[in-house]
Design a protein around this ligand. Structure first.
Ligand SMILES: [Zn+2]
Length: 243
């Protein structure tokens, strides 16, 4: 009897270790193989101010400021306060693949040796490598959002997060996998965008035929082509349509 209990406990422990490991791998800010073919020459003749002037001021708040001392790549920088910052919600090409230099140069032009602001993710301050997860703010502009709108980064949404990067995306943005947002299209609910409608505000998702799904405000809509995509993004099924 005693032995059976011990085995049972050991088994539960092993399952827990595997589950925690799987979750941490699934939610890591790591490379995805994302590339783009925007040439470095696109930004050669533009000053930082030329680029910044194309974008609107952000609603994000500067919680702390520091000087950027090194740009590792398009989504990772070092600050003079010792912090290593991973831009939250986005992913740029890794070293050695197409697009890496353009994305890195873009961030260098806007950040290097300059005072930048951070809006740190209140839902998750650090990734598993100890990097601070934050929106990087340059002259009142959200640099994470700029990278997406320029096509220099793809969306990398890892809940829990204070920020919802699909709201920063536009037609130049690479949206990974099996889902689309209305930020990308302008359109109508019943077309072939996806079989399920998510509400980024409530965190619920619906059958596309559900009246509650169809009442979702356009700016909160996220489309999923399958149920697993919604679940893996942290959405919960509607209790009415039970998708
Ligand atoms: Zn529903």
């Amino acid at each position: 009897m005693m032995m059976a209990n011990k085995k049972h406990i050991l088994l539960i422990f092993v399952i827990l270790v595997i589950a925690v490991g799987a979750i941490s791998i699934a939610s890591a800010y790591t490379g995805t193989g994302f590339t783009h073919n925007i040439p470095t020459s696109k930004y050669h003749d533009l000053s930082a101010n030329d680029i910044l002037s194309k974008f609107k001021d952000t609603d994000c708040h500067v919680e702390e400021s520091a000087i950027c001392t090194q740009v590792v790549d398009g989504d990772t920088i070092y600050l003079d306060n010792g912090k290593k910052v991973r831009f939250v919600g986005v992913n740029t090409p890794e070293r050695g693949v197409e697009g890496y230099i353009t994305s890195k140069n873009f961030v260098q032009k806007l950040c290097l040796n300059k005072k930048i602001g951070l809006d740190i993710d209140d839902s998750k301050h650090n990734d598993k490598y100890g990097r601070t997860l934050a929106v990087v703010i340059v002259d009142g502009k959200n640099l994470n959002e700029m990278l997406l709108k320029e096509g220099l980064a793809e969306v990398m949404y890892i809940p829990p997060s204070e920020f919802y990067p699909y709201n920063w995306a536009d037609s130049s943005t690479h949206i990974p996998n099996s889902y689309n947002t209305l930020a990308n299209t302008n359109k109508d609910t019943s077309s072939n965008l996806g079989s399920y409608i998510g509400n980024s505000n409530s965190g619920k998702f619906h059958e596309s035929t559900c009246k509650w799904g169809q009442k979702t405000a356009e700016h909160n809509r996220v489309y999923f082509s399958n149920r697993n995509a919604a679940i893996s993004q942290g959405y919960q099924p509607c209790k009415v349509c039970n998708p």
